[in-house]
Write a protein that binds this ligand. Structure first.
Ligand code: B12
Length: 356
């Protein structure tokens, strides 16, 4: 039901055209549309992933599985007719950024993308509502299966690293979805384009891929540094290397990320914040709750909290092969208020002491 409206005899741009123009002006690099319906094979894969326990402690994924499987579910939007998916590149310059010797994943070095993208998407949702349509926005934290919708909406294909890859832009993109009752023309899907390449699967430091596109989150460094609140399994700690928040290992090797960098302006909100020059891993390890709250303000690193980031910092120092960190680690192992942090610091100190 595409409306063709004339005002004073001038043909007004149709709603899809207006949405696309507005999306571009808001800084979204790509926009695609898929017909809203219950997922088939994608839902089976999600259920298989959950029944395998590959979601680990992310109980919220299991609790919302049926809503993720079907956007017309009462938990989302029963009147849904279309899902708009938008992609935004983030800075992927080669530099290492993080509290030395720690390294932070590229998507998390600047401002918190949930806030940046939600603010932009609200303008698109307002336009839909002005035209009499319902609209619900999802930026990561809503029960919307964003990657599967991005693939259906023709934005890109799902790589063997389970990431949505957009030829010309790569996989260093963040997704925003808008579920709406507006009936919009669907975009054409793009077939998968990995071919025989397995660089990502081979590059994963913790061998988290059970098979192509099948990630076991319990072994994924991104999950271990961000989503787990407890101790990290000992056998995985040495493999985590210097990743202190998130991990880009399976993306950095991808040939599709060897394309030209996105224009600076397009990624400005995600450019590395100066906070990373202000503190090193020892400093992060010794922060109290107040100092951490101030340091992590408006950054994705708020998610693991002080305990999670101090634990990660201890493990990074344990992997640094640098004995100068021993005094701080021994002190934290004695006096930190968290058992998880004390144990991680003790493990790190013992590892450095063993190293010749
Ligand atoms: C839970 C979650 C995580 C978990 C689990 C990841 C995972 N693969 O499931 C953890 C914490 C590990 C994680 C890590 C990351 N995440 Co995350 N995450 C999510 C979240 C909330 C749900 C993902 C989900 O539904 N997983 C369920 C499983 C079954 O899906 P899947 O593994 O993605 O599998 C897909 C395909 O592989 C395929 N598939 C699955 N099994 C099979 C089997 C076969 C045979 C085939 C053919 C296909 C296939 O179907 C799925 C959908 O297409 C989404 C936001 C959202 N609301 O959707 C963000 C999201 C996927 N994450 C995102 C990002 C940026 C990341 C990281 C890159 C961050 C980082 N640098 O550390 C890493 C990448 C890890 C990886 N290689 O997937 C972006 C995606 C960006 C992109 N270009 O793909 C999202 C969309 C957030 C956003 N709004 O931008 N994430």
């Amino acid at each position: 039901m595409l409306t063709q409206e004339f005002r004073d005899g001038i043909l007004l741009a149709s709603l899809p055209e207006t949405l696309r123009t507005l999306a571009q002006s808001l800084g979204f690099a790509r926009m695609g549309v898929a017909r809203a319906e219950a997922f088939g094979v994608e839902a089976d894969r999600l259920r298989a992933w959950l029944s395998d326990g590959r979601h680990g402690d992310m109980k919220w994924m299991a609790q919302t599985a049926e809503v993720r499987a079907d956007v017309t579910h009462e938990g989302m939007l029963p009147s849904a007719r279309s899902v708009i998916v938008l992609a935004t590149p983030y800075a992927r310059d080669a530099g290492r950024v993080g509290p030395a010797p720690g390294r932070v994943a590229r998507y998390a070095r600047g401002r918190d993308y949930h806030n940046v993208l939600h603010k932009r998407a609200k303008k698109l949702a307002a336009l839909l509502r002005e035209n009499g349509h319902a609209a619900r926005i999802s930026v990561d934290s809503m029960p919307v299966y964003e990657r599967a919708w991005a693939e259906r909406a023709g934005l890109g294909f799902i790589g063997k690293n389970a990431c949505l890859i957009i030829p010309g832009l790569g996989s260093h993109v963040l997704l925003t979805a808008i579920v709406t009752s507006a009936e919009l023309p669907a975009s054409e899907r793009m077939g998968e384009r990995c071919g025989t390449c397995t660089l990502c699967l081979d590059a994963c430091p913790t061998r988290a891929f059970k098979a192509a596109r099948e990630l076991d989150a319990r072994r994924c460094i991104s999950y271990l540094t961000i989503e787990t609140r407890d101790s990290i399994p000992e056998e995985l700690r040495p493999e985590m290397g210097d990743w202190i928040f998130g991990c880009d290992a399976c993306q950095d090797v991808c040939p599709y990320n060897k394309t030209a960098l996105p224009p600076e302006g397009a990624t400005a909100p995600f450019a590395a914040s100066e906070r990373w020059q202000r503190v090193d891993a020892e400093g992060l390890l010794q922060m109290d709750a107040e100092a951490f709250a101030a340091f992590a303000h408006a950054s994705p690193i708020q998610r693991p909290g002080r305990v999670g980031m101090a634990r990660n910092a201890a493990l990074v120092l344990g992997n640094s092969r640098d004995k100068r960190h021993l005094p701080v680690l021994r002190d934290v192992a004695q006096r930190d208020s968290s058992e998880v942090v004390r144990e991680a610091a003790a493990w790190a100190a013992a590892r450095l002491e063993r190293q010749t």
